[in-house]
Design a protein around this ligand. Structure first.
Ligand SMILES: NC(=O)C1=CN([C@@H]2O[C@H](COP(=O)(O)OP(=O)(O)OC[C@H]3O[C@@H](n4cnc5c(N)ncnc54)[C@H](OP(=O)(O)O)[C@@H]3O)[C@@H](O)[C@H]2O)C=CC1
Ligand SMILES: O=C(O)C1=N[C@H](C(=O)O)C[C@H](O)C1
Length: 244
């Protein structure tokens, strides 16, 4: 398979270029960054996009126009944005996978957090990242919060208890009724804690990515799978057999 990488000079893109170059059966045909002509990518079977939330939609429109499959790790995807991606690829002959996180541990963390969500009255999320990250909350935290909120609604749980009436901003972001707190700290890479509480007990699910190598098996699995996954696929749980 011929693979092009968008965002190739970035922290993730550079790691993906290395992983693709070393992978059996994959060939890196284009490594492109901001402002570069996309023409060299036109021969690719799959584009991998790790760019920035402001650029990714235009990149995906180009992929759809050229009938090239896309694997997207760039974050900032709301449900509305995902609907727009689905529409872009209709009739294009190409498929697209969008995943806020490609690491096995993060996928298991989200899966188990969704399972736990129905059993706890309280839940909050703390995501901790390097200070060069541009988006907050992280894509992983926003995805986790939405999945927890859906599981709570499904279980008939009401809003999480919170008596706060005076807030100077200390209660974090509200994602579908779930509070998400973002920490940006030099020395950290990517961590997340999902904290559950009931009267008299608590449960914390923690995931740590120590290096960007943690994402590469998932990215390569998505590259290999995208041609056989029609339309838009959100997350790679189905590809890795998580939750099935
Ligand atoms: N799904 C997952 O598992 C993971 C997702 N991410 C996400 O991946 C994204 C990238 O993260 P990271 O690598 O740390 O960020 P970086 O800022 O290091 O890399 C982004 C790169 O994309 C380039 N770029 C900007 N616009 C375009 C464009 N139109 N076409 C091609 N390249 C472009 C940037 O260039 P310039 O700097 O010149 O603008 C930069 O080199 C983020 O959204 C992050 O949250 C990160 C880790 C894992
Ligand atoms: O920007 C990052 O570094 C990361 N971004 C993704 C996110 O926003 O969830 C995945 C991981 O947390 C690293």
């Amino acid at each position: 398979m011929l693979v092009a990488v968008f965002g190739a000079k970035g922290r993730m893109g550079a790691e993906v270029c290395r992983a693709v170059s070393e992978a059996d059966g994959l060939e890196l045909v284009a490594a492109l960054d901001a402002g570069e002509d996309r023409t060299p990518a036109a021969s690719a079977d799959v584009v991998v996009d790790f760019t920035v939330p402001d650029a990714v939609m235009e990149n995906l429109a180009w992929c759809a126009e050229h009938g090239i499959h896309a694997v997207v790790g760039t974050t900032g995807f709301t449900p509305e944005r995902l609907d727009a991606v689905r529409d872009l690829f209709v009739g294009s002959g190409a498929n697209v996978i969008v995943a806020a996180n490609f690491s096995i541990g993060a996928l298991l963390m989200m899966h188990w957090a969704q399972e736990a969500a129905r059993h706890y009255e309280s839940v909050e999320i703390i995501e901790l990242h390097h200070p060069d990250k541009v988006d907050a909350p992280s894509g992983t935290a926003a995805t986790t919060a939405r999945r927890i909120a859906a599981a709570r609604a499904d279980a008939g749980l009401g809003p999480v208890p919170d008596a706060t009436t005076q807030d100077a901003g200390a209660r974090g972001a509200d994602v579908d009724g779930i509070r998400v707190h973002g920490v940006r700290l030099r020395g950290l890479f990517a961590n997340q804690q999902v904290i559950f509480g009931n009267e008299g007990e608590g449960l914390t699910i923690t995931h740590n990515s120590y290096t960007r190598a943690s994402y590469m098996p998932g990215v390569l699995a998505a590259v290999r799978a995208v041609a056989s996954r029609p339309g838009l696929t959100v997350g790679i749980e189905g590809i890795l057999g998580i939750g099935s």
